[in-house]
Design a protein around this ligand. Structure first.
Ligand code: NAP
Length: 313
């Protein structure tokens, strides 16, 4: 029997909510790290991590938390990264890798690089996995299984040491169960604006609109939500701080795709007004194919009603 060596000897995760605690749990379960330290701004979170017993050490002092780390991962809301990076920079070990899991890459990468000391490898990252829940209790080791993690290495770094660090970080995510892809950070932000940020904006907006409709009572909105509305409420229940930060940090790309979306919505509105049934049918047929493609790529369950009815019959 062979015992797998950890990819990184010492890992520090800063911010231990849904994603941070999932990284911690997975790194421990699959032996991707030999020793795991958790740091967080919140003493309540640190106490909870201690009670859950998912880390080898918890540390409120970020400098102390990173001093011996080979890999540091930020799992805070994205706008917190600049301050956290500035506070840990003087304490980082030479040769350490510093990464993150933030949903926006361009501005976060800039913030990380601005404060990074020489000899440290900054490799921004983003696991495309999550739920609408938050906090250390919400995480689980299998979260990244068969999901994609996108790494956005710094384009200006061409040296061998950096290439090795990128390869090692990719191995770390693969051990956690993820598939890994590299991407330019601006392209990442555009792709995610379409696949994640715009859908969340639409969900926040539609749930807000329904809640404000005076002719329909709130009780009716909830009672008849199975008609489609409840699927938006799941997305619109996502963490307010995290999403506030995403829209502030990815303003350009979100406004770009929002402009395109608004034009398409206007065209749909015109088709409905003029009774252009074929136009509507053609679009709905095309979108159904996209759904089939998502299922074929293993990114969603093929079960009817998202598998909600499993075990009911
Ligand atoms: P979360 O459950 O709210 O966890 C964030 C944690 O960071 C909380 O414990 C929070 O403490 C802590 N924190 C906040 N500010 C901090 C600071 N300045 N220093 C240290 N810790 C701080 O959020 P999450 O869903 O795990 O999201 C974390 C990151 O993952 C975000 O950047 C997000 O964009 C990214 N992400 C999220 C998802 C998803 O589906 N949720 C998916 C992929 C990537 P408090 O609770 O006390 O504020």
């Amino acid at each position: 029997m062979t015992t797998q060596l950890p990819v990184f000897e010492r890992l520090t995760v800063i911010g231990c909510g849904l994603i941070g605690s999932s990284v911690v749990r997975a790194a421990c379960a699959y032996r991707a790290a030999g020793h795991i330290t958790v740091a967080d701004i919140s003493q309540t979170v640190l106490d909870r991590v201690t009670a859950l017993g998912i880390a080898d050490a918890v540390e409120a002092d970020f400098g102390k938390a990173v001093a011996e780390a080979d890999l540091v991962i930020f799992a805070t809301p994205v706008l917190a990264v600049a301050d956290v990076m500035a506070s840990i920079a003087p304490h980082l070990k030479a040769g350490a890798t510093v990464s993150d899991v933030g949903s926006v890459k361009g501005s976060v990468s800039e913030a990380m690089q601005a404060a990074a000391p020489a000899g440290v490898h900054i490799i921004p990252g983003h696991p495309i996995a999550g739920t609408e829940q938050s906090g250390p209790d919400a995480g689980f080791a299998e979260l990244f299984q068969d999901r994609w993690t996108i790494l956005t290495p710094i384009a200006a770094r061409h040296d061998d040491a950096y290439a090795l660090a990128v390869a090692r970080l990719a191995s770390f995510w693969r051990v956690l169960g993820a598939q890994v892809e590299q991407m330019d950070e601006r392209h990442h932000d555009l792709v995610l604006a379409v696949t994640s940020h715009l859908p969340h904006l639409i969900a926040y907006n539609i749930v807000g609109t329904a809640a404000d409709l005076e002719e329909v009572t709130q009780a009716e909105v909830m009672k008849y939500s199975a008609g489609g509305f409840r699927d938006f409420t799941r997305i619109a229940a996502s963490d307010p701080t995290m999403w506030r930060d995403i829209f502030v940090a990815n303003r350009e790309a979100v406004l770009d795709v929002l402009g395109r979306f608004t034009e398409d919505l206007q065209a749909l509105s015109r088709a409905i007004r003029w009774g252009e049934a074929e136009k509507l049918h053609e679009l709905f047929t095309r979108t159904r194919e996209i759904r089939r493609g998502v299922i074929a790529l293993g990114q969603e369950s093929p079960e009817p009603n998202f598998g909600r009815d499993r075990g009911k019959h």
